[in-house]
Design a protein around this ligand. Sequence first.
Ligand code: NAD
Length: 359
Amino acid sequence: MGERKSSPRKRIAVIAGDGIGKEVIPEALKVLRAAAAKGGRELALTEFDWGADRYLRDGTTLPADAPDMFRRDYDAILLGALGDPRVPGNQHGAAILLGLRFKLDLYVNARPCVLFDRRLTPLKDRTEKEIDFVVLRENTEGLYVGMGGFFKKGTADEIATQEDINTRKGVERIIRYAFEYARSLGLERVCMSDKANALAFGHDLWQRVFAEVRGEYPGIQARHLYVDNLVMQMVRDPSQFQVIVTCNLFGDIASDLGAQLAGGLGLAPSGNIHPGQVSMFEPVHGSAPDIVGKDMANPMGAALAASMMCAYLAWPAEAQTTAAAARAASREGKPTGELGGPLGTREAGDWLAGRVAST
Ligand SMILES: NC(=O)c1ccc[n+]([C@@H]2O[C@H](COP(=O)([O-])OP(=O)(O)OC[C@H]3O[C@@H](n4cnc5c(N)ncnc54)[C@H](O)[C@@H]3O)[C@@H](O)[C@H]2O)c1
């Protein structure tokens, strides 16, 4: 949805980042290169060494000219993960990741939750066709804008505030994107989730905008659930959902629940999208310091993020073959150890790239 069409040669910025980001991104690139070669496509990859090592060396986070450079010179960004125990506050990670989301105005965070093999879901007796939905999280507003402050910090009378920002423009564009996304894929159901019964101002705006926009899409079933009910229903019967749209905080939480329903973080991809503009794709997981250097990280989330990126770049065949390889790996028992499979990170990457090349 909202694909970026430009020259047949795609210019990709690669930020592997920290921890297992540096392990899974090379594997995702193997798969991406195999898909591009198969389709006779041209890729221009440029790697950026932003992450904890660079930050600790010279203080670099997101250079001031980076957003303009990405807008001007790149079609998409592929990111690994940011986070390192040597930077306990994760200042560099927040500056790079949130900086790119906010400064490139990547207002859609799309997180598909698709079960490839029924053995991978923790839900009893659920099949592949019952877990196949996307969470569309508002990505530039809400509680994540960093507005707030402390009063009398460190005292017994301390007050901490955190502002929840909801703008008419921001709410409308993510809700409209959800309906357009559903329409473009021939889907029938959009569910908007908020907490308007308790957040009587910000989420009242979500309610009013949803009521207005849904009227423009009479062919699509539009439903509303309060977020506490949403997460309960996702576990009780995930087949109810095709497209879920919600605010930044609730989308963060609901999409991790969705990832787990579909087999876990190692398999979950995401896209940070501004339709028609340079956008950023990344696995949902973090830098996983507990398994770094052990050849245990599953590269499938990163490979599937590359697949989402191909779809966004209007390379549908490459997107499809990459996703099909991940699906085949899950079905043929070839995932990494956390899913009970026999492969290490590099072997899994080789398997996926080989599968792409041979189909
Ligand atoms: N988008 C991002 O860059 C991002 C997202 C989440 C967390 N983080 C950062 O990552 C660091 C670690 O955070 P965390 O431990 O809460 O989350 P995490 O996602 O890194 O790890 C959570 C658990 O899942 C496992 N795991 C994650 N990805 C895996 C994979 N591909 N294969 C196999 N197992 C996998 C880890 O081993 C760990 O046990 C922190 O610094 C955090 O701030 C970054």
